[in-house]
Design a binder for this molecule. Sequence first.
Ligand SMILES: C[S@@+](CC[C@H](N)C(=O)[O-])C[C@H]1O[C@@H](n2cnc3c(N)ncnc32)[C@H](O)[C@@H]1O
Length: 248
Amino acid sequence: MLSGSPSSRVVAQLVASTAATNGVWSTEVVTSATDWRAWHRGYADPGSSLSRRLAAVRGELTRVLAARRGRPTRMVSICAGDGRDTLPVLADGYTDVGAVLIELHQGLSDAARSEVVRLGLPDVEVRTADAGRLDSYAGVPPADVFLACGVFGNITDEDLDATVAALPQLLAAEATVLWTRGSRAGEHDPTRYAGDAADLVREVFARHGFVEDAFIRPGDAPFRVGAHRFRGTPRRPQPGTVLFRFTR
Ligand SMILES: C[S@@+](CC[C@H](N)C(=O)[O-])C[C@H]1O[C@@H](n2cnc3c(N)ncnc32)[C@H](O)[C@@H]1O
């Protein structure tokens, strides 16, 4: 994570909430202690753990989409950043996938929207919205593929549990959830879990009835990538449900 005084890193954003999808706009100020645009500069080094994680996520996403080829596929990516883990994959043979990316940061979501246009993706929507609130998903069909990359290292253990518990409200039957977690995300890691924090994520998914499809734990880097299959029954979204809040 970034260093620097918290005050120099505080970013305040005016966010148009997804009530806009119903034709009614409301606004709220959401603050983040991290400069997420600067965080993305970690991708500039192709040998960094972050760049290697990106390659692993794209590889897993390609594997999952290839296995679904010929079937209509809906994808949701939360805390999607500038969309670099999903959009190039969709452009590379999966332009028929319908996708919604949800990202809170105005500049990053604008960058993702520009990339959607540049790559000519016909059925991708980028929402500038709080993915931690179920109301932000209004009108989004249940996902067959759901990405939560760069999320679980920024939320409490309680919110991790609440998020996975709420996923049946956002998933289609047999959906795959792709996720990432650092073994420990720096000194401000919000988990209280004593071991590799990715193992807690795996435990939580198992406890909520998901089955592990893949788990990548390189021996020489702290990132982990998981893929879990939803084996439960999709549930009707409950308005007002809160999934998570970033702690930094
Ligand atoms: C660690 S980055 C991950 C970005 C991207 N998924 C990736 O792996 O490259 C976390 C992202 O979550 C976004 N974010 C933080 N809180 C959010 C929220 N409540 N809803 C949606 N996005 C959020 C940040 O702006 C940032 O782009």
